[in-house]
Design a protein around this ligand. Structure first.
Ligand SMILES: Cc1ncc(COP(=O)(O)O)c(C=O)c1O
Length: 394
């Protein structure tokens, strides 16, 4: 079994040294800072695209707006990328697994350190999630560690889902080798990694939920170099139809409407400017908190890649204490992935390995307020409260 290790660069500061002044009740005069404040394209930016929908008279079933959006999404991923959109990332993960024709009831390896959607999608696809632990540095599955634990599997394994934690894309070379070596299908749950996904040598699912860096409300897409799999998933989002009215396979309806496509088009127009804004705010956070040894940002966040969440790792056990302290200062925060999927009642019967790293991350990570037009003063307010908790600053 993998030995428990703390993140190397993580805080030497232990949770008990957080010095919290007694602040109850909440400091009265403060306006609450929410943890997120999604900002989709404005009505003005949408107008030309909505007018185009009016003119086409085509409202769903892969009309010109959705096809145009898919082309733009594929172009970002370089030559050879195929993209199909769908109602959300959860549904697309399910359909991708189903499209692979995996043995019903077989195991799908998943990290417990993920949003519950990953495990829900596996069960909806007729597979059984097998929760395994993640790497302490990246918070993602590691191919070598998983390889070494395959002999502990409680049954036959058909698939594995590697998750990009809070938008941080794992390196995919090792996973391609893992798939080739083991015959286990690998798909990437890159729900929050719109910015980080640069190529798709493995089937990769990205969310377009309103809370994501590029949001359209509800939606998602599958990107992959293998057009045959993408085309099969596309059929599965559309009753199993392909060219005629015969259902070629058991399928569902998970299409996006042309109106969702219009929002996606306007969101993509805005993306270069949005990305700069997200990055600038991430840099402010890094500058404001970088001097605290007890606060660790995700590797490369705000430098090489960006997402719509700011998740920091504190000391073991510190996330609850810090969340309470921030709340007393009128600042919301969130433990985005709770205690890990294996702790949810829905998955209590699912097999799992020992999960010490997941448990550590659950107790040490915290999502801080982060949104597109967050002001420098907002960030400074969060940083001051955190410095205060560590016995410095205000
Ligand atoms: C890791 C992960 N997987 C899947 C999802 C589900 O995405 P959607 O809301 O598009 O279904 C999310 C949503 O936040 C997520 O974080």
């Amino acid at each position: 079994m993998m030995a428990f290790k703390r993140p190397l660069a993580a805080a030497p500061l232990a949770a008990p040294s957080l010095s919290l002044p007694s602040l109850s009740p909440v400091r009265a005069s403060l306006t609450t800072l929410p943890v997120a404040r999604p900002m989709l394209p404005t009505a003005k930016a949408l107008a030309p695209y909505l007018e185009a929908v009016d003119q086409s008279g085509w409202y769903s079933n892969f009309g010109p707006m959705i096809c145009g959006l898919e082309q733009r999404l594929a172009k970002r991923l370089g030559p050879g990328a195929h993209v199909t959109t769908g109602s959300n990332a959860t549904q697309l993960i399910t359909l991708t697994l189903q499209a692979m024709g995996l043995a019903a009831g077989s195991l799908c390896i998943v990290p417990s350190w993920t949003f519950v959607a990953t495990a829900h999608a596996v069960i909806q696809a007729g597979l059984v999630p097998w929760f395994v632990d993640v790497d302490p540095q990246t918070g993602a599955l590691d191919p070598q560690t998983v390889l070494a634990s395959l002999n502990q599997a409680p049954g036959p394994i058909s698939a594995l889902i590697v998750v990009a934690p809070h938008g941080h894309m794992p390196k995919l070379d090792g996973w391609c080798q893992f798939r080739d070596q083991t015959g286990i299908e690998v798909i990437v749950d890159a729900a929050a990694a719109f910015d980080g996904v640069k190529a798709c040598p493995l089937p990769t699912v990205i969310s377009l939920h309103a809370t994501k860096a590029l949001g359209i409300g509800e939606g998602g897409y599958l990107a992959y170099q293998d057009g045959a799999l993408v085309s099969r998933v596309r059929q599965m989002t559309s009753f199993g139809f392909f060219g005629d009215r015969e259902a070629k396979m058991v399928a569902t309806n998970a299409k996006l409407s042309e109106f969702s496509g219009a929002v996606g088009m306007a969101a993509l127009d805005r993306w270069p400017s949005d990305r700069s804004q997200w990055m600038a705010r991430a840099q402010l956070y890094r500058a404001a908190l970088g001097s605290l040894p007890g606060v660790q940002f995700q590797d490369g966040w705000g430098v090489d890649w960006i997402s719509s969440v700011c998740v920091v790792t504190l000391a073991e056990g510190a996330s609850v204490v810090m969340a309470e302290h921030l709340l007393q200062n009128g600042i919301e925060s969130r433990q985005w992935w709770g205690a890990g999927c294996h702790m949810s009642r829905a998955f209590s019967d699912c097999p799992k390995t020992a999960l010490p790293i997941t448990e550590h991350l659950a107790s040490a990570t915290l999502g801080l307020p982060f949104w597109l037009v967050m002001t420098e003063a907002d960030i400074s307010r969060v940083a001051t409260a955190i410095h205060e908790a560590y016995g410095r600053g205000a």
